[in-house]
Design a protein around this ligand. Sequence first.
Ligand code: ADP
Ligand code: ZN
Ligand code: ZN
Length: 664
Amino acid sequence: MSFLIVQVYPPGPFFQSLDYLLPNTDSTPPPIGSRVLIPLRNQKIIGIVGGYTEHTQVAPHKLKWVIEVLDFEPIFPAWQRDFLSWLANYYQASLGDVYHMAMPKPIREGKPLILKKKVEIKKNKTKASFELTSFQAEAVNRILSSQDIFQTFLLHGVTGSGKTEVYLQIIETIIKNGQQALVLIPEIGLTPQTLGRFIERFGKGVLSLHSGLTATARTQAWLAAKEGTASIVIGTRSAIFAPFKNLGIIIVDEEHDASFKQQDGIRYSARDAAVVLANMLNIPIILGSATPSLESWFNVQQQKYILLDLPERTQGATLPTWHFIDLRNKNFQEGLSSELLDMIKEHLSQGNQVLIFLNRRGFSPAWLCSSCGYSPKCHQCDTLLTYHTKPAKLSCHYCGHIQKIHYECNKCSGSMQPLGLGTQRIEEALMNYFSNVPIIRIDSDTTSRKNSFEKIIEQINQGGAQILIGTQMVSKGHHFPKVSLVAVVNADSGLYSPDFRATEHLAQMLLQVSGRAGRETTLGQVCVQTYWPDHPLWQILVQKKAYEIFASQALIKRQLAALPPFRFAALLRAEGKTALIAQNFLKDLADSAKAFLIEEVSILGPIPAAQAKRAGYYRSQLLFMSKHRKKLQFFLKKLGLTITTHPQRNTVRWHLDVDPIELE
Ligand code: ADP
Ligand code: ZN
Ligand code: ZN
């Protein structure tokens, strides 16, 4: 019988395609980019056809037949195969794994592609657009003048400056031209509020793609993008894999947000990948933020990105004023100074809402013996357990381990007490001070149940004096028109963190959370409690062009310290059942790497991770840095090959993280 040799990419640690036989019949063979079912290691696996060949290295008696052809048209069009190949290559992953990740589960499992019902964008656009401010108009015109041309725009708009309106009006033109739009937003930002603004403008044809959807809903949205019936797809990072028929623009909102970087499996950055994709498709891309990442800011300085500014809030609203409360030598209880309590009282008495920000859930971050200082730790993670009330428990915020509370010390029988502040504790304290005011706590403990977040938002929007207490969940994107005071209970921890990005994250977080104050007619105030009232960062935040000033200064420091974005970095992380296993594995690899190390790449480590033990594993890391992205990539390829033949590779858990966002 005559046959063809087909090259297939199945999921798994394969650096090349695998060859299989296919009967050479009259019917056309499966196209490149389609699914086939193949036998692999005694299992039936779905792989993607990568090509055909006449010669194979596989011995004839070892060649196996394709079991079934699943598609007669490609799942992945050519442009997407190029994109996914780039992604696999850049993030040091196998192409089969990348294909696997890019498919919704039912498609990955071999289900047929059937779009159940066609969705159409309603043509009657339900809510009228705003008349643009001159800054908005300039941004819209500039971006639209670059249709069908690759260009990255950094839309830097202060909080409440109307960035979303800029997106909406650009998308309007793009879809009028018959093209599609992709809007990527952070995990926390994809709320019914955000989606609602798009649906309000464009009708039900706006589709969302995120992990909260059922597999069927995801598949349907994916297929609608493929057929071109969905004009707008809004989603979290994995929406970057939707197989658009005719994509015309990509928008990455809150581009500085860490959730665009996948933190397990294939550690890609959806923001960075989006820029590459826009380049491949020759279309414009907008990265929007009030507090852009220093990487993007640097790219503006390098004239790779075009900066578009929205320096003012819309509708005459002004940016809030800043107040710093010196906590030194003050008497205060439960973390709230009397100055702050007075301000809260003042704002509530005017019928306004107050938002208290504290990025720590639970009652207190430690449970401490007042006699001997003993404080229980997670036995799996080497971190202190957080004390929670209602129900009372000790819980590990890293691995989820929960432990019963002892009120008497295990070591000395002294009495145990909560130490430090969490949102529950602030809530309790404020209930005592303001017994007649509704208090709403917004953290992952109060919002984990389905629709609970929406209910909370509804209650807030009903207005009236209220106190909102929230973690970083409330810092971004939300529009609470009645909030006039934002209070940051403790900003100092970000000032002395070992992570070199800590100040960047602190500045971003403070400006974002301050942006929740006074977004409409009421004048907003931001109040920050600190033990370091003279810290230079505070002097920057109060200025008119706060983020510009911060970013330029921070970039100078990064340059002096030879840190990203002035260097490209990659981390090899290893976890082992003992500290020595992880450490030795990395040390061995660092030694082997010397054989192919190039001058332009430096190796640092191995050193234990800042949190040296997590979920029962000891963690260690090896850092690679280079001035040149290509040189680092060249080096990482060789390193990857070395790891796959290392005798210990299966006794440790390891992964390579290219452009890691946490460098400790
Ligand atoms: P950002 O995303 O920059 O924080 P938003 O897009 O949420 O800002 O806009 C802030 C508010 O201003 C929203 O209520 C929005 O509807 C309103 N808005 C946006 N553009 C205009 C405009 N041109 N005229 C009047 N109001 C506007
Ligand atoms: Zn004790
Ligand atoms: Zn733990």
